[in-house]
Design a protein around this ligand. Structure first.
Ligand SMILES: Nc1ncnc2c1ncn2[C@@H]1O[C@H](COP(=O)(O)OP(=O)(O)OP(=O)(O)O)[C@@H](O)[C@H]1O
Ligand SMILES: O=P(O)(O)OC[C@H]1O[C@](O)(CO)[C@@H](O)[C@@H]1O
Ligand SMILES: [Mg+2]
Length: 949
């Protein structure tokens, strides 16, 4: 049975205090575990396991080994500890990876060795035993314990080991397969916030899996230069602090030489010299095109190196196949087959923030501003900034303006907005904006037009590299981390026949896509634009891009042009906010209302929730000018509170619905909104006024609405929270020996705490779903102690622990900090930090603004599509409200994996909700929790029921 050591080394040394213990140990390793080879040199015995992937060296030593009686005591002690903790908590351990833990169970039982299955739910397939020398041996399952590629027998490397037998000296050739991978990561092209998080995740995941991690410094330039300075081995600690740092700490470049075969030949040689088996490239479309070419050319490159004797035959055999993987890092978001690239939302954040600033001065002077944003060949940043700031006009390469009359088209919209009373004008121009005859349109051209045609006092602002600067927003840290982990998994699972993957995201799901196809599709966009086939260029961008563009155009022409629906299809749609405020609520209302206007529907605002309606008939027609800047505003302009129809007066609510003859209702809100929708749906039997389509757009920082993995406001909350955590961590780092316990909101949902922990690199997070157990707390304190000790006050050692306010009633934030301080024995200090309602406030993030718009427009479309189904039967006496078709017309709109879906409230409320906890029954962020813990080296201890608070 082949084994490999988890920590990545290939040998382990054990001590036996006498010959009797040695023979027991030999019996264990040879007869039970199947180690076959052994030889001796005086007091030293060498054992090698099948395939010789690892060596056990047992030294008979009177001073170092435990005595038989000590071993007995230790065994009992370990058995006790291992009931609660896993091997990570035991100092003296050896952990072996094996393909079949199940087979081992039988073998160990047959030979009468104690067996303990893993108490750690994160590692259910682990098994432990104790060898005759008192060593805890952990076995963890691995698909391929030797992580070999190509297969074992082909790639055995010869490792000479001096071994002597008692009968005289002999030199043995011990054949050790390379059981671990050497995985390198690099960043290339323009830097993008989040690249550092990606590098951190790759390095730590690789090390976690027993591999060696390397960084190629300075992008492809580093490959061309080679050597240990440019292909540098990285340790776990080398990537500390990377999460919160902008740019890329390992350098990037735009390398001319790599575009030439000569440069790539050098790159190939240097990778082989460094022994790299797999390369993960984090870069934009250009970098990944380069990576794809490198992969395709690899056989010829390596062949040339062999033929010219630049590499040995062994090196040739071992590196025949380049295992390559792309994680897309670029602010441009121009790579096909992924919804987002690492860095694009951080750049969008910088742009949107700048435009928010400009809004104030533009309004004051009643000026026009032309903002030039980055994006050489892609209009994603300009488009999304346009939606986020409700800009008056955008210019993007995928939808070029007419060369003949772009001025007329732009001035028509801008002029109409001004005529309605708007004081400011914002036009966003992508760096690569063109007309349909491919001539560039510059910000200066746009300015001249606004001045000449409309007489507007106009200024140009070119945002430039500010857009790439600063640290990553929470989404980019999350995306980069999850993609880094997935990239390592992908290279570990790759065989020579697996197509090189690109790690992408679809809605909320990290997926692998073939790199070749992504590169091909991306190239086709450029050639479609070049050949003026703009429809094709649009169709090749991901479908979300097209959707956003249609939405922008519809919202932008709201109330100024003839509505797109015929009179008989136009509806009266009520809009309201319910629950606590959440970022994006206003953006959703703005989008909903303007989209309604563009279609010909009449949008009504219900102010101050159900209480406002029942008590004050708070219904108002929405006026375009009044909401024109809502996209950028935080809080809830409509007014929001937690009262449900049942809490107020459902009869009054039905009366007003009837009075205004609403044809549809859209609620933007959190769990109370969810409960409200349930109540209204149930009340359809009694009140025909509710026999209209009704949609809930989830909006709550707790992200606890069943039916969705994402609620508006969660991203805004995470951004302010991680900014807060970064600041607190910096303060803690400066004092060298301090940890902060940060209390976070989220009700009974651990989503915010989990994601903030992942994005801030907190050493531990406590959430209501798990509670806080004493063993876990103890393990975390030990972890903190060890981390402070390892830093020795020399490194940046600010440490965070995140606690959801509802994680424990007894162990409050204050109590936790006091316990930690007490247990730290003076090795570190512990303080509390409570951001409180800061987490709900602030301006909405671009993600919440753009998702708010997307969800809102989908919701209006849902009303349009479902109106007839339910409304036409409004006054039927025998109408059956319990049929599925009707039930489906009251739904929650949500992100589920890689899809956006409407799920009917009946299904969600009756089957998928834990009402007592106000939570979905199934949480979707467990994987994020596991990854967050693994990347900070946290040990998870399974809860003993009695110790849960
Ligand atoms: N066709 C290609 N063949 C070989 N190498 C390439 C190719 N295209 C790009 N590269 C390599 O990738 C590097 C980065 O590419 P590029 O400058 O286009 O940036 P990018 O990866 O698209 O990132 P961003 O657009 O975000 O700045 C180039 O400098 C070059 O070394
Ligand atoms: O920083 P550089 O090399 O001038 O490149 C600028 C380009 O890089 C990008 O920011 C992408 O990283 C483009 O949007 C922009 O055109
Ligand atoms: Mg690019």
């Amino acid at each position: 049975m082949p084994f490999s050591l988890v920590n990545g080394t290939s040998s382990v040394t054990l001590y036996a205090s006498d010959g009797a213990l040695l023979s027991e140990a030999l019996n264990f390793y040879t007869n039970v575990l199947g180690f076959t080879y052994h030889s001796e040199d005086g007091n030293v015995t060498y054992l090698a396991n099948t395939g010789a992937s690892m060596v056990v060296k047992i030294i008979v030593s009177k001073t170092r080994g435990l005595s038989s009686s000590d071993i007995q005591t230790k065994k009992q002690e370990f058995i006790k500890i291992l009931n609660v903790y896993d091997w990570r908590s035991v100092e003296s351990n050896v952990v072996l990876k094996t393909a079949s833990v199940a087979d081992l169970t039988t073998t160990l039982q047959t030979f009468g060795f104690p067996i303990q299955v893993s108490p750690n739910e994160m590692f259910p397939n682990e098994l432990y035993t104790i060898d005759p020398l008192g060593t805890v041996i952990g076995f963890c399952a691995a698909k391929n314990p030797l992580t070999l590629n190509p297969p074992l027998q082909k790639t055995n490397r010869l490792l000479s080991m001096e071994m002597k037998s008692t009968s005289g000296s002999q030199t043995a050739q011990l054949v050790l397969p390379s059981h671990k991978r050497n995985i390198a990561v690099m960043t290339s092209g323009g830097d993008a916030p989040g690249m550092n998080a990606n590098v951190r995740a790759v390095v730590r995941t690789a090390i976690y899996h027993g591999c060696k991690a390397f960084c190629v410094m300075e992008g492809y330039e580093g490959l061309i230069r080679g050597g240990p300075e440019f292909i540098r081995e990285m340790s776990w600690a080398d990537v500390r602090g990377f999460l919160s740092e902008g740019g890329t700490n390992i350098g990037t470049a735009r390398s001319k030489e790599f575009r030439e075969r000569k440069g790539r030949l050098l790159g190939c040689k240097h990778l082989i010299e460094a022994g790299i088996d797999a390369l993960i490239v984090c870069g934009g479309d250009g970098s990944l095109t380069g990576a794809d070419l490198f992969r395709a050319e690899w056989p010829s490159l390596i062949g040339e190196l062999k033929d010219t004797n630049q590499i040995t035959s062994e090196q040739f055999e071992k590196h025949k196949h380049l295992n390559i993987c792309g994680t897309v890092g670029s602010i441009d978001n121009d790579m096909a087959t992924t919804d987002a690239t690492i860095g694009c939302y951080s750049a969008l954040d910088r742009i949107v923030q700048a435009i928010d600033y400009i809004d104030a001065t533009a309004n004051s002077h009643s000026r026009a501003f032309v903002i030039e944003v980055m994006g050489r060949h892609c209009g994603w940043l300009a488009l999304m900034a346009g939606i986020s700031t409700s800009a008056d006009y955008i210019m993007i390469p995928e939808k070029p303006a007419s060369s003949k009359d772009w001025q007329v088209q732009m001035c028509d919209i801008v002029g109409k907005h001004r005529a309605k009373g708007k004081r400011k004008t914002i036009v966003i121009v992508a760096e690569g904006a063109i007309t349909n005859d491919l001539s560039p349109i510059s910000a200066e051209d746009v300015k001249n037009c606004l001045v000449d045609e409309l007489g507007l006092d106009t200024r140009v602002t070119t945002l430039g590299h500010v857009q790439r600067g600063g640290n990553a927003v929470s989404y980019d840290r999350w995306l980069a981390t999850l993609q880094g982990v997935e990239a390592v998994h992908a290279v570990l699972e790759c065989t020579p026949d697996t197509p090189s993957p690109l790690i992408a995201i679809e809605e909320n799901k990290i997926v692998r896509k073939p790199l070749v196809e992504a590169v091909e599709m991306t190239k086709k966009v450029a050639s479609a634009i070049e050949s003026k086939d703009f429809a094709k260029a649009m169709s090749l961008r991901d479908s979300e891009f097209t959707e956003h563009l249609h939405n922008f155009l519809a919202m932008n022409s709201a109330n100024h042009n003839e509505p797109s629906l015929p009179l008989e299809k136009r509806k009266k749609i009520a809009i309201m906010n319910i629950g606590a405020p959440a970022g994006g609520m206003n953006s959703a209302v703005y989008a909903m209302a303007t989209y309604c206007m563009s279609r010909g529907h009449v949008p009504y605002a219900i102010h101050n929730g159900f209480a406002g309606l029942a008590r004050h008939e708070s219904v108002k027609l929405i006026d375009w000018l009044e909401i024109e800047d809502w996209s950028s505003m935080g809080g809830s302009e409509l007014g929001t509170n937690r009262e449900t129809p049942g809490d107020t007066d459902i009869g009054m609510i039905a009366y007003f619905f009837e009075k205004y003859r609403f044809d549809g209702l859209i609620i933007v809100g959190g769990f109370e909104a969810f409960v409200s929708l349930d109540q209204l749906e149930k009340a359809r039997t009694m009140y025909p006024a509710f026999r209209i389509p009704m949609v809930l757009i989830p909006a709550t920082i707790s992200n606890n609405v069943p039916g969705t993995e994402y609620s508006l406001g969660a991203d805004t909350c995470l951004n302010s929270l991680i900014q807060y955590c970064d600041i607190v961590k910096q303060s803690a780092s400066a004092t060298r020996d301090r940890t902060f316990v940060v209390e976070v909101q989220g009700g009974n949902s651990g989503y915010v705490a989990t994601n903030a922990a992942l994005c801030s690199g907190a050493l531990a997070s406590y959430v209501p779903e798990e509670g806080i157990t004493l063993p876990q707390l103890e393990a975390d304190i030990q972890h903190l102690k060890a981390a402070f000790k390892a830093d020795q006050g020399l490194a940046r050692s600010g440490k965070l622990v995140l606690k959801s306010s509802n994680a424990s009633k007894v162990l409050t934030t204050e109590v936790l900090a006091s316990i930690m301080k007490q247990e730290a024995d003076g090795e570190f200090d512990a303080k509390t930090a409570i951001p409180g309602h800061v987490q709900q406030g602030g301006l909405p993030s671009p993600i919440d603004r753009t998702r708010g718009a997307r969800f809102a427009i989908k919701a209006v479309q849902f009303i349009e599509e479902n109106c007839d189904t339910v409304t036409r039967h409004k006054y039927d006496l025998d109408f059956d409200v319990s049929t599925r078709v009707v039930q489906n017309t009251a739904a929650v709109l949500g992100v589920k994996g890689s899809h956006l879906r409407f799920t009917c409230i009946r299904q969600l409320f009756d089957f998928e909700t834990d009402l007592n906890k106000r939570m979905p029954k199934k949480i979707h962020w467990q994987k994020t929790r596991d990854i967050s813990d693994i990347l900070v080296g946290r040990t998870r201890v399974v809860a003993n029921k009695n110790t849960v608070f």
